[in-house]
Unconditional design. Structure first.
Length: 448
């Protein structure tokens, strides 16, 4: 077989193959890449038992053999060291090299893989690598590749089919993916060809999904949702710290939570609170929120919830308004006043008027604001009478900024709830916040 010679140049420690150029038949010219000296060696006899060796070369120090690097004692027919060019008994003149040789058949498969990998790092630049070693390396690489690769169709084809199946139309899928309808059709056809099954049929008004296609579309939809959710979490990942992120309805935050927040901060100065306001229901899987306040007739399902307080409706207005227009004598007398309400709570006035037995007043008339906090401020500024929630106007009633012109209160059955994911129960920040806000809500209920 072909022996291997690696050289170390004087200016670089990187081992690289020595130059080889063909000579006359039956001989091989070996040249040193550093000093350019050449020697001719004979090819090994084909009848001679081929010895397969993985050779690792070490540089000698002051002509001595490095420890752990035994020199092979065997000699070639010409008297030189086995594997070295004829006449180079101790390597080329520029550098003395010795080699460690390990017969391949004495190695286990794992050790052979490791040894071949080490040798490959040194010898991968050479086209003269023995074919047997190259075959073994290819085998290990192929085996590892087969273990790691997944037999999956093209991702774009999967996305196109899932979108088409969900929308029931190639056109709507193309609009969603920002591609042409023809591109979606080609991707779906490519997926059908890859699987070997018909997944959908083109009809006049869209596509009709086959049972096999419906099953695949359901799996793809779930998988893409999970990928989207996890990527969102990673993009919004934050290191563990002392920040508590809370999502609240705007009026709850302005009229109830923020005025009490100083007391929480005094008890837990190590906790930083970040407040987000929205009327939308929180999605803990997609939003970077730790805890939320929810209003409604029932707590959110699938979450840890605590009821804070119920909802009580009452009409209030500014004392100055009553001095200008006079107080309404009864609920029916509200028809001569401007009614104020929130766009997010359009049923408050009709609910109260029904409970009061009034049918002559249009509860949907008057001025409407984006949220109740704006409507309360409009009442303070004497624009009209607002239907308020008791928890949010208690301080104004106590100080006299607002008054009750009729004194009729009704309970709606709805309330405000603290909600957070079940795994957050063990969070010290959530525990501290829950304990504090429940105490605040209980104190308000007892006082009212």
């Amino acid at each position: 077989m072909w022996s291997w010679v690696a050289t170390v140049s004087s200016g670089c420690r990187t081992a690289r193959p020595a130059r080889r150029r063909p000579s006359k038949a039956g001989a091989l010219v070996v040249s040193c890449s550093t000093c350019r000296s050449t020697k001719i060696r004979s090819r090994p006899s084909s009848s001679r038992r081929m010895r397969w060796e993985v050779q690792i070369f070490s540089k000698t120090v002051s002509g001595a053999t490095p420890r752990g690097s035994p020199v092979m004692a065997g000699r070639s027919r010409q008297g030189g060291q086995r594997g070295l060019a004829q006449g180079w008994h101790h390597g080329p003149p520029c550098r003395r090299l010795h080699r460690q040789a390990v017969p391949a058949w004495s190695l286990t498969a794992r050790a052979l893989q490791k040894s071949v990998g080490s040798a490959m790092c040194m010898m991968k630049a050479s086209a003269c690598l023995p074919r047997r070693i190259e075959s073994i390396c290819s085998y290990f690489s192929q085996e590892k590749s087969e273990q790691m690769n997944r037999r999956l169709p093209p991702l774009n084809a999967l996305r196109a089919f899932e979108s088409a199946a969900r929308n029931g139309s190639l056109t709507r899928a193309a609009q969603e993916l920002s591609v042409t309808q023809g591109a979606v059709s080609r991707h779906v056809s490519q997926l059908e060809e890859w699987i070997g099954l018909k997944l959908c049929a083109r009809i006049r008004r869209g596509i009709e999904i086959t049972p096999e296609g419906a099953a695949l579309a359901a799996v793809l939809g779930t998988a893409f949702d999970q990928i989207e959710t996890q990527v969102h979490r990673l993009r919004h990942h934050r290191p563990a710290g002392n920040t508590l992120r809370i999502k609240l309805p705007p009026t709850f935050a302005i009229r109830w939570f923020v005025p009490r927040l100083a007391r929480f901060h005094a008890l837990h100065r190590q906790i930083d609170v970040q407040i987000t306001t929205s009327h939308q229901t929180v999605d803990f899987d997609r939003e970077d929120i730790d805890i939320c306040i929810h209003s409604g007739p029932a707590p959110l399902t699938g979450l840890a919830c605590r009821r804070l307080f119920g909802e009580t409706l009452l009409p209030v207005c500014s004392p100055g308004l009553l001095q200008r227009t006079g107080a309404p004598a009864d609920p029916a007398d509200l028809s001569r006043h401007v009614l104020l309400c929130s766009l997010h709570r359009p049923d408050d006035w009709p609910t109260w008027l029904d409970a009061a037995g009034v049918t002559t007043v249009d509860g949907n008339s008057g001025l409407k604001f984006e949220n109740s906090a704006l409507a309360y401020q409009a009442a303070v500024d004497e624009l009209g009478i607002v239907m308020a929630q008791r928890a949010f106007v208690e301080e104004d009633l106590r100080t006299g900024r607002l008054v009750e012109p009729l004194g009729l209160r009704i309970k709606t059955g709805s309330g405000y709830y603290l909600a957070y994911p079940q795994p957050q129960r063990s969070s010290p920040l959530v525990k501290a916040f829950e304990q504090w806000i429940v105490q605040e809500a209980s104190a308000m209920e007892e006082a009212g």
